[in-house]
Design a protein around this ligand. Structure first.
Ligand code: CA
Length: 247
């Protein structure tokens, strides 16, 4: 079924498919191109780094197994310098890869062999969420959220720690923290957090949220081994223990 173009943030979002298998790259280019997306392809890390149109890319579909470069290294570049949403595609298909991919800030993960319709649904979901973030950006700077001596500036997407230093957050960590700060002292289930971050419920073996909480704790807890700011509520989810002040 053709993609409902009205549901997309731009008429033809530009997707960069990073895939070294020419048959898979061609299949993806044809399928995604036939469903309202503008597709470019790159077959290596070098081609990604040399890609001239990077400013127009709305999403990268990244195969982890590339001939010339570790896909995870490339993921860091895309998340850091490019600041573009990434869906990791892996043929290795192991849970550990999934956790590592999400831990490094991928927006979603699809294992090969993938179902094309499922992949398209994931792409649409990530594009919709990043489009909402762009269009929902307020014209005036949003109020800073002060909590436990830290300060999150949603407009500038900056977190300042207790010593006045910038804390480097991945895109996913920022979204997770902001979600917790918007509803302080309430228990948020894994499903609620997963939906806020990835637009879907957490699966029974899905550790994505727990992994991201762990990373966030290492960055914002005074003692990450004994977290008291982000509390685990056994069998349910997480709660931000601090009060939040806006100014
Ligand atoms: Ca490959």
């Amino acid at each position: 079924m053709p993609l409902d173009a009205a549901a997309l943030p731009a008429p033809h979002p530009h997707v960069l498919v990073v895939e070294d298998d020419p048959q898979i790259a061609q299949l993806l280019a044809r399928y995604l191109g036939g469903n309202g997306l503008r597709v470019s392809t790159a077959a290596s890390g070098a081609q990604v780094r040399a890609f001239a149109e990077r400013a127009s890319v709305a999403l990268v579909l990244l195969d982890l197994g590339l001939p010339d470069e570790d896909g995870l290294q490339l993921l860091r570049l895309l998340q850091g310098q490019w600041q573009v949403p990434v869906i990791v595609v892996s043929g290795r298909g192991e849970a550990v890869e999934r956790v590592v991919g999400l831990e490094l800030g991928a927006d979603d993960y699809v294992a090969k062999p993938f179902d094309l319709r499922e992949l398209l649904a994931r792409i649409r979901s990530v594009l919709r969420r990043s489009g909402e973030r762009v269009s929902a950006a307020p014209p005036a700077p949003a109020a800073c959220l002060q909590f436990d001596g830290l300060s999150l500036d949603p407009g500038a997407r900056r977190l300042i720690d207790r010593d006045g230093r910038d804390v480097d957050l991945t895109h996913g960590e920022f979204e997770l923290l902001q979600t917790l700060l918007r509803r302080p002292q309430q228990v948020l289930s894994r499903d609620e957090l997963m939906n806020a971050l990835h637009g879907r419920d957490a699966g029974p073996f899905d550790r994505a949220i727990d992994v991201q909480i762990g990373r966030l704790r290492r960055k914002i807890e005074a003692d990450p081994a004994r977290p008291r700011l982000i509390q685990s509520i056994r069998g349910v989810g997480y709660r931000l223990a601090s009060t939040v002040r806006t100014d």
